[in-house]
Write a protein that binds this ligand. Structure first.
Ligand code: GLV
Length: 326
């Protein structure tokens, strides 16, 4: 066994307090160090915190890079409390024999709900309305007050039809929307017809969709997938929603395009340089900005934490984890 004295409990670092007391699952099975963090950890900080540990339970903001992994030769498992693993150098982990686990499934419906909250919020200008009422700007019903856009009869374009993309697509008929989707591989016919979704190349999707909702993982291929040209290729009245990863959108270009009213509006839960925002973004009226809340319900976050701890223990105890990535 990698770097451990038999009989001694393995050392685990948990990089932030976990909801629902999930860390208690480690009791009697691992020696746990909980990091006392204030804000995101840098590579050097994370590397030194993980040194000597056999297991790590990490957040999606923790940069588990090659240098971090190389500084931790005893590490056997990194359990990310997230479905996305773009914060982890998976190739370096594989090379070093470090198992990486994640938390798929439990967050699918909550994240899809949040994508729809953003779609509806932008289409019907909820934040502007809320602000108007709170600041005393509402002086009675007016025929032309804060007019939004209809969803009924429109087209939803889903970019990335994994579990979350499909859950978003499944909700579309309830709002009277038809679904097109784009991803490198077409879904099986049976899945396509169950979802009533039509596969299109991305450029065609952008030309057709009234709402574009991003659900692809962040990879070298999807980084800045929504660049200036693609943003401008969206229909003039369209809405862009991003609950995937910030760097899938060129945020500076988005600010520029939104200033020109193209797209009509955007709902963002994630940012290119999270938690920073591109200059000008927060001043725009036609954006709804959330602090990365996709999976943020109590039950889901607790389930994610338990899943990560359970998988971390599985690896440390020589069992196959249920949700491994590499
Ligand atoms: C959240 O963004 C996740 O990847 O779980």
């Amino acid at each position: 066994m990698k770097g451990e004295t038999p009989g001694k409990l393995p050392r685990v670092v948990v990089t932030a307090p976990l909801p629902g007391g999930a860390a208690a699952l480690f009791e009697g099975r691992a020696r746990v160090k909980l990091l006392d963090r204030r804000g995101p950890l840098g590579e050097a900080e994370l590397g030194s915190a993980l040194r000597g540990a056999a297991g790590a339970v990490t957040l999606l903001t923790d940069p588990v890079t090659r240098p971090v992994l190389e500084a931790c030769p005893n590490l056997k498992v990194v359990s990310n409390v997230a479905v996305g693993t773009d914060n982890i150098d998976l190739e370096a982990a594989r090379m070093q024999g470090v198992v990486v686990t994640h938390t798929p499934g439990v967050l699918t419906e909550a994240t899809a709900d949040l994508a729809w909250a953003l779609i509806l919020g932008v289409a019907r200008r909820l934040v502007e309305g809320d602000r108007m009422v709170r600041t005393g700007g509402f002086s009675g019903w007016e025929p032309g007050l804060l007019l939004g856009v209809d969803l009924t009869g429109k087209i939803l374009g889903v970019v990335g039809m994994g579990h979350i993309g499909r859950a978003v697509a499944r909700r579309a008929p309830a709002f009277g929307m038809r679904v097109v989707y784009s991803q490198p591989r077409r879904l099986q016919d049976s899945v396509e017809s169950a979802l009533n979704a039509r596969h299109l190349p991305l450029e065609d999707l952008l030309a057709a969709a009234d709402v574009v909702s991003l659900h692809c993982p962040l990879t070298p291929e999807t980084r800045r997938l929504m660049n200036r040209n693609r943003l401008l290729a969206m229909k003039p009245g369209a809405i862009l929603v991003n609950t995937a990863r910030g760097p899938v959108v060129d945020e500076e270009a988005l600010v520029e395009c939104l200033r020109q009213g193209r797209p009509f509006g955007a709902g963002l839960d994630v940012y290119e340089r999270e938690p920073e925002l591109a200059p000008g973004l927060r001043e725009l009226p036609n954006v709804l900005l959330l602090p990365h809340l996709g999976s943020a319900t109590k039950a889901v976050r607790e389930a994610m934490a338990r899943m990560a701890v359970t998988d971390c223990l599985a690896v440390l105890e020589g069992r196959q984890p249920e949700h491994w990535v590499v």
